[in-house]
Ligand binder design. Structure first.
Ligand code: ASP
Ligand code: MG
Length: 426
């Protein structure tokens, strides 16, 4: 048995954090639906709700800003974007009170979210939870604006698009909550995108580690930063639907608690990312410091690189290839072209028309033959592999996007993902 840290109690009850995304608070009907969920949970727990802006409000605000000043960033954009969540917290609190339960809305700064100072993508530095706790002690449902905080200097910040998942997990960690339920418009995490493979099955349980790989690989249900935080502070998550609150959803828990990996399948899920591009730099001099120069230049411009491949040196030269998000291809190519003037003889090639298909599974650890099986499946389907990268629990292949759905379907079938596997909990 894994030792459980005792959960903090207020008024003799543990706390639940419920996060509702934009689609779950899109209109009055939605707000009434989620208010009922919160009130029901409040019979047994202290309840903290974290909400996003209603529907596509944040996109609308970004569009408005761009009309006034194209590509605006920084302080004033944060001031604008932070307003979206203020509308939803106040409406939710009003609705809960009307339904007969005491509630209070808190902005990110009132709730004590202190962030670092970088605008538009601020990281949470700490949460001063006194005000939240005081309101829970007073038996109120506390409705907090996700995605926003304040710097030590009193400047309003936002956490980056999709950031309210991160707000919710952070508050669950800070309150040592029982768990954090992420309510969205799908009813859980699936073995793959059900729009691509109809036989995709809902997972009952998945580890933070696997979820992190799937989240970063483009399974859009949870924001990767929130899963990272959940893993770091061992926060139990549950992904569930606000439209079908009585269905089970998917638990996302620590790998340590998924016992007896031998009994689970090698592969938990198949992810497809159609938002990647690759750049190849050929004839790179095989001397120390070159690769560091390339990737430092990219990271200085905040371009995140995923797969990196370097070939063996021949005649004092190497080939280096890597993938970047499609949106970053242009700035990344500009950086490489700049380096080209410094390093004579380098040739640059790129392709923005690629797809990355990946298998993820904690059950791959210490199991052999998984990579060869994956390559065999792709070869049987006559799909060419352009690049390969692996980690302990993931294998990714870059392929032509015209083959991507066929690949996902064939892999899903061959690894028997349409039959549900039931991990055993400690
Ligand atoms: N409203 C913000 C956004 O749309 C934050 C969130 O929804 O998580 O990006
Ligand atoms: Mg949103």
């Amino acid at each position: 048995m894994t030792q459980e840290i005792e959960k903090q109690k207020i008024n003799n009850k543990t706390t639940l954090v419920l996060k509702f995304g934009g689609s779950s608070v899109a209109d009055q009907e939605c707000i009434e639906r989620i208010s009922k969920i919160a009130i029901k949970e409040a019979t047994q727990h202290n309840v903290v709700i974290v909400v996003s802006a209603m529907g596509k409000t944040t996109n609308g605000l970004v569009d408005m800003a761009n009309k006034i000043s194209p590509n605006v960033r920084g302080r004033e954009l944060d001031m604008l974007l932070a307003t979206g969540e203020l509308v939803s917290i106040s409406l939710c609190a009003m609705c809960i009170e009307r339904m007969g339960h005491p509630a209070i809305s808190l902005t990110g700064w009132q709730a004590g979210f202190i962030t670092e100072s970088s605008h538009n993508k601020a990281r949470i530095a700490e949460i001063k939870t006194e005000k939240i706790k005081k309101n829970l002690e007073a038996n109120k449902i506390v409705v907090i604006a996700g995605f926003q905080g304040i710097t030590e200097d009193g400047e309003v910040t936002t956490l980056g698009r999709g950031g309210s998942d991160t707000s919710a997990v952070a508050i669950a960690a800070a309150l040592n909550a029982e768990r954090c339920d992420i309510y969205t418009d799908v009813d859980g995490i699936y073995t793959t995108d059900p729009r691509i493979e109809k036989k995709a099955s809902k997972l009952e349980c998945i580890s933070h580690e696997e979820m992190l790989e799937l989240a970063s690989l483009g399974a859009k249900v949870l924001h990767p930063r929130s899963v990272e935080l959940a893993k770091k502070y061992d926060v139990d998550l549950r992904v569930r639907s606000s439209f079908a609150p009585d269905t089970q959803g998917t638990k996302v828990i620590s790998l340590k608690r998924i016992k007896d990996m031998e009994l689970t399948k090698a592969v938990t899920g198949v992810a497809l990312d159609e938002n990647q591009a690759w750049i190849g730099m050929m004839n790179v001099p095989d001397t120390p410091g070159i690769v560091s120069k390339i990737f430092t230049a990219l990271s200085d411009k905040n371009i995140s690189v995923d797969m990196i491949i370097q070939s063996v040196p021949v005649d004092g030269i190497n080939d280096v290839a890597f993938t970047v998000p499609k949106d970053d291809l242009k700035p990344a190519l500009a950086i490489c072209t700049e380096l080209q003037t410094e390093m004579k003889g380098i040739k640059i090639v790129s392709d923005s028309n690629v797809a990355k298909v990946s298998i993820v599974g904690a059950g791959m650890i210490n199991r052999s033959g998984i990579a060869s099986k994956l390559f065999q499946i792709l070869s049987t389907e006559n799909i060419n592999i352009q690049m390969i990268a692996t980690s302990e629990i993931k294998i990714s292949c870059v392929i032509d996007p015209k083959d991507s759905h066929k690949a996902v379907q064939a892999i899903h079938k061959a690894f028997e993902l349409d039959l549900s596997s039931e991990p055993i909990l400690a």
